[in-house]
Design a protein around this ligand. Structure first.
Ligand SMILES: [Zn+2]
Length: 164
């Protein structure tokens, strides 16, 4: 897919990430799933408001995408996420049969609070997955995506650190 097209979809994901404000303490993650040139799902992280510990943007988008298409599998779809998917979402993406994952900021571009302390290396995880027809690429609009979150060197009080 041309880079300009990826960036256009990522801009949508950033818009969704910011849809309820851009306070980095609320983990503003945005995600869109694109199939045949159309957005079939666009979701923000909703863990606090639901509340649901599994309501990451990618999980919610997979749910909406499957509901919308009436299909359990999202073959041929591309998922765009403003931040590198966590281990849970990566496994869900593998199960969903999505064809391609494009993320903006990577683990090293943001504060460690956004990830599990012992992070599943998303790229290695996908490389070792039982599927060999899923692609993953990072760094799409990296700076714009990273700007949504606390920087790696932010000095945060412990109670702000969601992964503890
Ligand atoms: Zn996740």
């Amino acid at each position: 897919m041309p880079q300009a097209e990826d960036e256009a979809w990522m801009r949508k994901a950033i818009e969704i990430a910011r849809s309820k404000g851009s306070d980095p303490s609320t983990s503003p993650l945005g995600c869109v799933i694109v199939l045949d040139g159309k957005i079939i799902a666009g979701e923000r992280n909703q863990t606090e408001e639901l509340p649901d510990a599994t309501a990451h943007a990618e999980m919610m988008a997979i749910r909406r995408g499957c509901e919308g298409t009436g299909e359990m599998e999202l073959r041929g779809a591309t998922l765009y996420s403003t931040l590198q998917p966590c281990g849970m979402c990566t496994m869900a993406l593998i199960w969903s049969k999505v064809g391609r994952v494009v993320y903006g900021a990577g683990r090293d571009d943001v504060h460690a609070m956004y990830f599990e302390a012992k992070h599943v290396d998303t790229l290695a995880f996908i490389a070792d997955a039982y599927r060999d027809d899923i692609m993953i690429e990072g760094g799409c609009l990296r700076e714009k995506c990273a700007a949504l979150y606390y920087p790696p060197d932010a000095d945060l009080p412990l109670e702000e650190q969601a992964n503890l």
